[in-house]
Design a protein around this ligand. Structure first.
Ligand code: BMA
Length: 300
């Protein structure tokens, strides 16, 4: 099964949000209590973002909560790092808890905030787990070699590479390693960043990532997939040569930021298919479907 964009995309737009927002986009995605749960970024009328959850029985028809689920003001001790908004959550289930990694934006520039929840109502906010500038953080769903692992994307001078690091407790991180960089002269020429929580497959850890390339007056955001070694996740076993999702349709080309497809999460089904949640033009929420086997085949 190749990649199939849902014919009724977008599945969520600001018309589906029961309070006033500029846009709804870039959701983290996870199965919760047998339902599909998205933690969506809502850009509020003042231009700052919060997160709101949306729930569905079938993965296509979502109901958005009546008010934001997590807002900058919830970050009492850490407010100065999120004052300009919280953005782009990735969600990883570890044991019976869900860990959210999202961008905190402020005068210090972007960094990653870690929060933990069991029910998506009450959250323990652990605070920053890297220093600015850093974005696109995702945590592995289980310990590997006795440690937790995370992926993130520091910005150093002109570089935009994906790094990996490990932790005994999810709070203190070290052993930083450069994982993969942009590929000059391709669709992922300028910068890359992780897009989804890694998922375990028979051949290794599979993860979505985005790549960008400046083109005329536009920057094109596309999505690829990478396969990491199951026991040594700092080893890249395979990586798509071509993007698996590109901006093609009106709802991906026209919006607040044109020519963007951007994902923060996916949900695997028991039959080997997977739903990729993504946004078009930083303006809406869409879904595309494929299979784990297909994604593994394009990594080779
Ligand atoms: C990235 C992030 C995303 C956004 C994307 C495209 O840098 O800020 O939130 O979707 O740019 O504009």
């Amino acid at each position: 099964m190749e990649i199939i964009k849902y014919t009724k995309n977008p599945i969520l737009t600001k018309e589906n949000v029961p309070f006033k927002v500029n846009s709804i986009f870039n959701p983290g995605a996870v199965k919760y209590n047998g339902k599909y749960l998205l933690m969506c970024r809502v850009e509020m009328p003042n231009g700052r973002s919060s997160l709101v959850k949306a729930i569905s029985d079938d993965g296509y028809n979502f109901v958005v909560d009546s008010k934001p689920t997590l807002i900058p003001e919830d970050h009492k001790d850490f407010f100065e790092y999120v004052e300009w908004g919280i953005e782009d959550a990735r969600i990883t289930k570890i044991d019976n808890s869900y860990f959210l990694t999202y961008t905190g934006y402020s005068k210090y520039m972007p960094l990653t905030i870690l929060a933990e929840t069991k029910d998506f109502n009450k959250f323990i906010i652990h605070g920053p787990i890297n220093e600015p500038s850093n974005k696109d953080c995702a945590i592995f769903p289980e310990k590997i070699d006795g440690f937790y692992w995370k992926i993130d994307r520091p910005s150093a001078e002109g570089r935009r590479d994906i790094w990996i690091s490990k932790s005994p407790d999810l709070l203190h991180w070290g052993n930083y390693k450069m994982l993969m960089g942009p590929l000059p002269g391709t669709w992922e020429n300028d910068k890359i960043g992780s897009s989804s929580q890694p998922i375990k497959t028979k051949e290794g850890w599979l993860m979505l990532y985005h790549g960008t390339r400046g083109f005329g007056i536009s920057t094109l955001y596309k999505i690829g997939v990478v396969l990491l070694d199951i026991e040594s996740p700092w080893i890249v076993k395979g990586r798509t040569k071509e993007p698996i999702l590109s901006p093609e349709l009106d709802y991906e080309r026209n919006g607040d930021v044109p020519n963007v497809v951007f994902s923060c999460g996916w949900i695997e089904e028991t039959n080997g298919s997977i739903k990729i949640y993504y946004s078009g033009a930083d303006t809406n929420i869409c879904v595309a479907e494929t299979s784990i086997d297909y994604l593994l085949s394009v990594c080779k």
